[in-house]
Each structure stands twice: as C-alpha cells, then as structure tokens.
Design a protein around this ligand. Structure first.
Ligand code: PLP
Length: 450
C-alpha cells in the first residue's frame, strides 16, 4: 500500500464514522440518480456529503455535524447561509406568490442596480443559470457579427452547453461534433497565443470569452494587462469581448472588469446576483442586447418559464444591497489573511503550496510555482488536493473538492485563523504523501508560526 492509499483509507474511515446518515442516503440515491449524483461538482468519493441546513458561515449535515463552509455553493453564497435580509425578502415574496407569467418590478430594480455597478451594461436580461447567460451572450455575438467561431481559454468553464464543453479541440461524447469546429482555444495569460489565433481566424470569430478570474482552473487571475490585450485585439478586428463574471463579480462592485479596467461588449453573470436562488444574467452594449427586443420583427428568441422569477430577483437585490465597497474590502482582507496564513503554515511544515486567487476567491495547488494557466494548474498534483479536501472535511472545514475557498461575509478573522490552523494540520498529516508523490515540494521547516 502506498502512503497515499493508506492516508486515503484513514480519511475515508474517519469520514464514514462521521457521516453514517449521508452514507445511508447515498445508497438510496444511487437507485434513483446515476452515481447517486445530480451535480458533478459536489460529488466525491466515497460518497458525497448530504447537507441539511446552514446558518451564517456554517452548514450542518444529516448527522448533525457542523462544518465551516468555505465552498459557499461554489462562491454563490457571499453572505453565507440564511442571511436575515435575504430570508425576510424571500419569505415575503414566497407568501405573495413565486412565479407568474408576467413581468415583475423586482427584475427592473435588479437590472438597474447591476447597470449602475457595471457601466458596460447598458441593457440586460435574466435567465436561470450562468450556463444560459454565457450561451445567450454567444447567441447575441453570432447574430450581431454573422460569424460562427468563438475563442475561449483552454480549461475555462462557462457552463455545460455544447460550445463550452469543447476541450482540446474535441467535442466530448454526446456533444454536437460540429461544436469543436466552432470553438477555438487559446492559453490563458499568453498574449502571443491569442494574437496568433485571431490573426489566423479573426474574420470568422464572433467573440472571445474569458472568465474575470479563471475559476475552474483553480482561481487563476489574469496577468497585468492581459484582459486589456484581449480588449485591444478584439476591438481592432470587429470581434466582441465577453467577460464571464459568474464567479468574479464578487471581487469588486463592478466585478473583474472594474478591477482590471476593461470594458467588455457583453457580460455574463450568475451566482451572487440570485442571492442563493437559481439565476443567470447577461447584458452589455445596447445595440447587442436590443437584438432580443420583441419590439423588433427579427428579434432573437430568449424565453424561460422561470426567467427573472420574483424569488430570485428579491434574493439577489437583498444580497447585493448588503454588498457595498466596504464589505468587498473586508472580504478581500480576509482573503489576504487566509493566503498569508496558509503560506506561513505550509512553510512551517516545510511544504511548498501555492495559494492563487484574488480577494475572497482562493485555491490551493500542490505545485512548485503558482500556475498561470490551465495547463500549469492541471500539472499540479490533484491526488493530494483530493486527500486534503477529505481531511479538512473530517476536521470540520468544507472546501470545494478541487481546493477552492470562497469566503463569506459572516466570517471573522477568527474563522479565517481556524481554517488556516486546520489547513496547517492537514498539511502536516499529508507531508508523507507529498514526500511520496511530489518530493520537490518538501523542504526545511521554517519553524515560523502557523
Ligand atoms: N461561468 C462560470 C465562470 C462558472 O463558474 C459557472 C459555474 O460555476 C458558470 C458559468 C455556469 O453557471 P451555472 O452553474 O449557474 O450554470
């Protein structure tokens, strides 16, 4: 048995002791849901955790175990769980009715609020997921330019529709084979690569799409000037620039586009703008968005039973009204404290770990250098991350399985210090496995705190 296998067995045994109710329900789930799962990003072995509730920075599972939640529904729950303002707004709306085949005032209010915060958005529409938001940005771009191709960053995630499932130039099983013909990939943060691809294919490219911070690859920020380079290269070729702010909107009132000083043509949103309820939003230049206006005879179709449903709208409004520049600054300081703390805790154990990210969005990587694009991130050791996730879980800290931490406003410095301490202990526990799998990451213990 390798060290990794033995630590995995220990962590799994601890997890099984802690979560018998999740184990039992998973067995039943397997009979109804393929693999017992209906959302791949929350699945992990030996079986996923079944949560039953949450309050503030904590969540509780079926066995009554409490966890400090650092996943926060993959960053959607910026105020943690059951925030009083959101609960009040939502319960009030639920009592009044939840879905109508009619327009509602809350959608107009939320659109106004987002327009005010993101000046690039002159007009916008709502959908039910970030997936729909990016899909509809692409529809708008193709219709406007009359071109079919889309350029995306290799390893980026923009949702689960066909175009964005293309990877490595291939359409995976079940995806329209033609999708791969229309989607070109470039290496994130490589200016020359995108310039080369646009020089070659520019006349056929409708849009370049980029995440404000590359979440799925492990919270990789754009290098200084990279987004501006994309803006310049697209503008001079009549190509549209779409910034996917589904994750990155929380980094500033105006999202990553404010942080990095870039004005896209279209923006996709999701997660925090629904305050914990299903949502998507997309918007941008008025001439692009007007294509969806039913006042036009040739309008682009966009419908959806639950588009702009009043519950998501009031929850989004309550959430964003609680999120001002000071609150985002506070979250950013928590993020710095977390990153510094983990770096120190790792150094104290003589372990090299990279903490990437910006503000309240962070990711750990077992790599010698901080990855700058997906290929580098994927080269880091994933097995060690999986082990770290399970170990932290059994120690009461819930992180996203691929080592992602999204902090929330109910957290205080003491919660951050608690996470750092648990992470330091987990790294100590992991040290023999790191030595086995990635000896280059083992060095002298600094003896510093953490
Ligand atoms: N875009 C990005 C950057 C995302 O991270 C996600 C989801 O995690 C999506 C789009 C898709 O959003 P949804 O899961 O709401 O469909």
């Amino acid at each position: 048995m390798t060290v990794v296998e033995s630590l995995q067995a220990d962590a799994e045994a601890a997890y099984r002791r802690l979560t018998p109710a999740s184990a039992a329900l998973y067995e039943r789930a397997e009979a109804a849901l393929p693999g017992g799962d209906t959302r791949q990003s929350v699945f992990f072995r030996p079986y996923p955790l079944f949560l039953d509730g949450g309050q503030g920075a904590h969540v509780e599972d079926l066995d009554g175990n409490r966890f400090l939640d650092c996943s926060n529904c993959w960053s959607a729950m910026i105020h943690g769980h059951a925030h009083p303002a959101v609960v009040e707004a939502v319960t009030g709306q639920v009592a009044k009715g939840t879905a109508f085949a009619a327009a509602n005032r809350h959608a107009v209010e939320l659109a106004d609020l987002l327009k005010e915060r993101l000046p690039s958005i002159e007009k916008m529409r709502f959908a039910n997921s970030g997936t729909e938001a990016t899909m509809l940005c692409v529809r708008a771009a193709r219709a406007f330019t009359g071109r079919a191709k889309i350029v995306k960053m290799a390893g980026s995630y923009h949702g689960s529709h066909d175009d964005f499932e293309v990877s490595g130039g291939e359409s995976p099983a079940g995806i329209m084979p033609t999708a791969a013909e229309h989607v070109l990939e470039v290496e994130f943060n490589d200016k020359d690569d995108v310039t080369r691809v646009l020089a070659q294919h520019g006349d056929d490219v409708a849009a370049v799409i980029v995440e404000g911070i590359m979440g799925s690859a492990g919270m990789l920020p754009p290098d200084d000037g990279y987004l501006r380079h994309l803006r310049d290269e697209t503008a001079r070729r009549g190509i549209l620039l779409i910034i996917d702010e589904v994750i990155s909107l929380r980094l500033a009132l105006g999202g990553a586009q404010e942080l990095y000083g870039v004005t896209p043509d279209l923006t996709a949103m999701g997660k925090i703008i629904g305050g914990g309820f299903p949502v998507g939003g997309f918007g941008g230049r008025a001439d692009l968005m007007e294509q969806f206006s039913p006042l036009r005879s040739d309008y682009l179709h966009h419908s959806g039973t639950f588009n702009a449903n009043p519950v998501s709208m009031v929850a989004g409004l309550a959430t964003l009204r609680q999120l001002d520049a000071d609150t985002i600054g506070y979250l950013g300081r928590l993020g710095e404290r977390f990153a510094d703390g983990v770096r120190r805790a790792a150094a104290a154990r003589g372990v090299t770990v990279q903490v990437t990210g910006v503000g309240s969005l962070r990711n750990l990587h077992f790599a010698a250098r901080a990855p700058r694009h997906a290929a580098e991130a994927h080269a880091a050791d994933k097995e060690l991350l999986r082990l770290l996730h399970l170990k932290l879980l059994t120690d009461g800290v819930l992180v996203a399985p691929r080592g992602m931490f999204a902090l929330s406003t109910p957290m205080s410095e003491s919660e951050i210090d608690h996470i750092v301490e648990r992470t330091g202990e987990a790294l100590e526990w992991l040290r023999p496995a790191i030595e086995e799998r990635a000896p280059a990451l083992i060095g002298q213990r600094t003896g510093a705190g953490g």
